[in-house]
Design a protein around this ligand. Structure first.
Ligand code: ATP
Length: 936
């Protein structure tokens, strides 16, 4: 019992550090929208200054020579806090403020760049060796409870953090600045309109967060562990777990969660080091794995309830370059690689082989982060998992089977990590993957129960009994091994190129662009993400296996978290959205060609990690598509100039200069209206207290065009969302006589219920043709296998027919988002049509079309219906609706107030009343609704 109390006090101290960091993460997030992975790193720098001041009497600020100064303790604390404040100012001005509207991925990556820059900068300025930290808080009064002497400084620290957290909570709740932070977090645009400056709010939050964390770090002394450049910064992982448990919002819950995590990990330390019944395999690293377990559970249980933060403006991710595997480019790049392998020796050849192997790890980022938009910080852990697996099975299995099995082990781990990604995305996934990387490093790679403490030797690959030793005597990279790596990397890169330009690649890009629209285009979003995780971790595993051969031996730090963050940094700097970017990144990779050059010829290897962090920040700020993207743009400009000086810009489909005459009236199509193809009974949609759709019955017959009209807010879109499975609803929905009420959106789409969206919802990275085509492809593992061998397959007839019907075939190769709004809507209709639906729901398809295009669209709609498809049309253009629809349903406040033929409905007094109010009713009766509809 007394040990329990001792560890409870120790745990409260540790928990206090976690809590203070976690509260800072929450305050920064609410004020700036950035989950700051460098929060602990920013406070670590002042701890070094404080440590030098108190232990050596030296003021050693970054970039400046040390000064002899022996200040009293309060002055030393004050100097450290001032440094913390200056760091916050600098980070705000140089990084977070310029990135305020950048995509979430960019902001996460920038804070990782900051983490790397600070930790590597500390290493250069203060050295990488461990430093002891002296207690700062008083050791009195001595507290003895139940015979246990409790650690008083840790209890003081816990008390201080509780007070600081309460003060922060009061500040947020009661002060003008606190109100501004809360307003900005809810709706930055509205806050800005109300006169609140988002920039000032962001700075004040960051300042408060950094200074309070600095104070706690400085006073915590040995509670934060030994002082090394990376140990205190890595406290960010348990702190992120606590912040998530507080839903990135509640200071109180965050405080409690941090304290609880601290206490739990102290108790784990106690039990695992003392109790004989504690399993041997769980004696090392379990405390480090705890935050991962907590984060996964927290995100799984309440991932969707963690609030996003609305920015004033948002910018999309850099666009993806779909690889073409052009023969000339492949031959030139492969030739260059071969020359590098054959033309180098010694340490340079080692650099070449490292670059080649790293290319596969960089490709793993291109697949997962570039193509699918999922941020993973665990790619090095996957590489390491394969490396460690290879050290165990490399002797038992021949090459390449051993390498493939090892990579499959990494892939299995990747799929496990991908499971939480089905419920979460963006920065939350970055947090899970960071925690996973730390857990794998500490609990698996550094655990003697799973690895060999004497060294995890990786046996040389042997091909048909011929051993290809990676090293031989003093040769650190043999030519045969380099050629083997070259061959593997070339084949795998070509296969990845095939996958990215095939249907799997289109599914990836669709999911990255818009998950809801992808789901209703029949794409299984969950399966697509899992496939991406599997492929990406498999690639990381292959790269890790090849790297492990070159190393010969692995230890716990070989594929640690910081290695992983460095991989991400170079992948981003090279260009995370293209294979060319991965090639550039592999040249920049740790121990790769450039590194060897910097080390050998410039004697600057110690600057490499710092340069990596800084370059990452600069890339995020200046050039999100990386070096490869910039190169491609420059090349484009150059070739345009050579072709005659024309500017290269996105292709746009311009409408005709002068509006052509309206098309001839559609020759009367013989439309046979068949039996009921769609039926909704008692459909009701509630948003909290509001009944948006109230027990609506609606029926559409095959070949019939049914209009659903009503004033703004009547519930039309909610009804379509309900029947297509995009919002919760009561009632029954049947398609072709089969009830589909319980099916999800994707299954409803597969059953033949297609829809278009009010806001186009196209896939921005795909061309017009691919936006349509992607809805006809099934993807999955079968698609992956087909893509690998034959990525260019014939386009389905329904796709070409839909493009032709909507007159989009002449602009099929243009990027969909470069079209006018009206034409984008037509692409949405074509996509729905290509799925060969029985029933088509069109949500305001004519908004954005001019009168000529609208008249054409009316004809198109009749043609669609004449093929037997039931159509439900929502539109405010009454001219179109009255002209084209066979029957109309009129909604008001969620209820159907009229049903009938257009000529009946337009004379219905309730309808006239609903549209215009009673005063104007009689006037309109004479002019007709059509005029009013057109005016709208
Ligand atoms: N996600 C939501 N949460 C809460 N209320 C909602 C939500 N979506 C819609 N509403 C409300 O439900 C009602 C119906 O909205 P809906 O968008 O379905 O109407 P609509 O007829 O499609 O309007 P419009 O013609 O302007 O598109 C409105 O009062 C709207 O404010």
């Amino acid at each position: 019992m007394s040990n329990f109390l001792v560890f409870l006090a120790l745990g409260l101290g540790l928990g206090a550090v976690y809590s203070s960091l976690a509260v800072s993460i929450v305050v920064t997030y609410r004020g700036t929208g950035v989950v700051n992975f460098a929060c602990a790193a920013m406070a670590t720098l002042p701890v070094y200054v404080f440590n030098d001041l108190t232990a050596n009497g030296q003021l050693s600020l970054p970039f400046l020579p040390s000064l002899a100064l022996d200040p009293p303790l309060p002055v030393a604390v004050l100097i450290s806090l001032t440094e913390g404040a200056l760091i916050a100012l600098l980070v705000h001005l140089v990084i977070f403020y310029p990135l305020r509207n950048a995509p979430e991925l960019a902001r996460v990556v920038a804070s990782i760049g900051l983490f790397l820059a600070i930790t590597q900068g500390i290493s250069l300025r203060y050295g990488a060796e461990q430093r002891p930290l002296l207690p700062v808080l008083p050791e009195s009064p001595e507290l003895t409870v139940g015979g246990a002497i409790l650690n008083t400084p840790r209890l003081w620290l816990a008390g201080l953090v509780v007070v600081l957290s309460l003060a922060t909570s009061l500040w947020l709740a009661r002060t003008r600045w606190g109100l501004a932070v809360r307003a900005s977090a809810e709706n930055e645009r509205a806050a800005a309109l109300a006169g609140i400056s988002p920039a000032k709010v962001a700075f004040v939050s960051l300042l408060l967060a950094t200074v309070s964390t600095t104070l706690v770090f400085v006073l915590a002394g040995p509670t934060i562990g030994l002082l090394t450049p990376t140990a205190p910064p890595m406290l960010i992982v348990p702190a992120l777990a606590a912040a998530l448990l507080g839903r990135l919002r509640s200071i109180g819950w965050t405080l409690l969660a941090g304290l609880a995590i601290g206490v739990a990990s102290a108790q784990i330390t106690y039990f695992s080091s003392v109790e004989p019944w504690w399993p041997t395999w769980a004696r090392q690293g379990l405390g480090d794995a705890l935050p991962f377990a907590i984060i996964v559970v927290a995100l799984f249980l309440m991932g969707r309830r963690i609030p996003g933060r609305a920015a004033e403006v948002t910018v999309s991710l850099p666009s993806v370059v779909v690889p073409r595997n052009r023969l000339l480019v492949v031959v030139l790049t492969a030739g260059l690689g071969l020359v590098a392998v054959l033309g180098t020796e010694g340490v340079y050849r080692y650099g070449v082989v490292t670059t080649l192997a790293s290319l596969l790890i960089m490709l793993s980022f291109v697949v997962l982060t570039g193509a699918v938009g999922q941020i993973s910080l665990a790619q090095a852990a996957f590489a390491g998992a394969a490396g460690f697996a290879l050290s165990k099975i490399g002797d038992a299995l021949p090459f390449p089977i051993s390498m493939i099995v090892a990579a499959l082990a990494a892939s299995a781990l990747g799929v496990l990590l991908g499971l939480p990604a089905l419920r979460i995305r963006g920065v939350q996934l970055a947090i899970v993957s960071l925690a996973a990387a730390l857990a794998i490093q500490k609990f698996v790679f550094s655990n003697s129960a799973f690895t060999d403490p004497g060294g995890n030797f990786v046996p040389s690959p042997s091909l048909f009994g011929w051993e290809i030793a990676p090293q031989s005597g003093s040769v650190i990279a043999t030519r045969e091994f380099c050629l083997l790596v070259f061959a593997v990397v070339l084949v795998v890169t070509l296969l990845v190129g095939n996958v990215l330009r095939g249907e799997t690649g289109r599914h990836f890009l669709a999911v990255r662009s818009n998950e809801s629209a992808a789901a209703f285009a029949g794409i299984d979003v969950a399966r697509t993400k899992i496939v991406a995780f599997a492929v990406s971790s498999f690639l990381a595993g292959l790269g890790g296996s090849l790297l492990s051969y070159t190393r010969g031996q692995l230890d716990g730090g070989s594929y640690g978290v910081v290695v992983g963050l460095t991989f991400l940094a170079v992948a981003y700097v090279g260009g995370i959205t293209s294979i060319g970017g991965a090639v550039v990144a592999s040249v920049l990779a740790p121990l790769g060609v450039l590194y060897v050059f910097i080390d050998r010829d410039l004697n600057g290897a110690s600057w490499y990690p710092l340069a990596g962090g800084l370059l990452l920040i600069v890339t995020v700020l200046q050039n999100p598509s990386g070096i490869a993207g910039q190169f491609r743009r420059d090349l484009g400009r150059l070739s345009a100039r050579l072709r005659g000086g024309r500017r290269v810009g996105p292709a746009t489909a311009t409408p005709p200069a002068s509006a052509p005459a309206a098309p001839d009236p559609e020759p009367m199509l013989r439309r046979e209206i068949g039996g009921t193809c769609f039926e909704a009974r008692g459909v009701t949609v509630r948003y909290s207290g509001l009944v948006a759709v109230d027990a609506v019955d609606l029926e559409v017959r095959a070949g019939e065009i049914v209009g659903l009209i009503g004033p703004n807010g009547a519930g039309k879109t909610s009804f379509v969302d309900a029947i297509t499975g995009f919002c919760k609803a009561d009632g029954t929905i049947s398609l072709g006589g089969r009830e589909i009420s319980r099916h999800g959106p994707t299954r409803r789409a597969h059953e033949g219920l297609a829809r278009t969206w009010q806001n186009t919802e196209l896939f921005g990275d795909l061309s017009v043709a691919d936006n349509v085509r992607v809805a006809t492809e099934r993807g999955g593992l079968a698609g992956l296998a087909r893509d690998a061998v034959r990525p260019t397959r014939p386009v389905k007839r329904s796709v070409t027919d839909a493009l032709r019907l909507l007159a989009l075939d002449d602009i099929a190769d243009q990027p969909a988002t470069a079209l006018s709004l009206g034409r984008q809507k037509l692409v949405g209709v074509a996509r729905a049509l290509a799925m060969e639906p029985r029933m088509l729901c069109l949500d305001e398809p004519a908004a954005g079309l001019d009168s000529y295009e609208t008249a054409e669209f009316a004809g198109t709609l009749r043609r669609i219906a004449s093929s037997g498809v039931g159509c439900l049309l929502i539109d405010h253009d009454m001219g179109l609706v009255l002209d084209v629809c066979d029957r109309l349903y009129v909604l008001e406040f969620g209820e159907v107030i009229a049903v009938g033929r257009p000529d009946e409905v337009r004379r219905d007094p309730r309808v006239i009343q609903a549209y215009l109010g009673s005063a104007a009713a009689s006037a309109v009766e004479t002019s007709g609704l059509a005029t009013e509809g057109q005016r709208r």
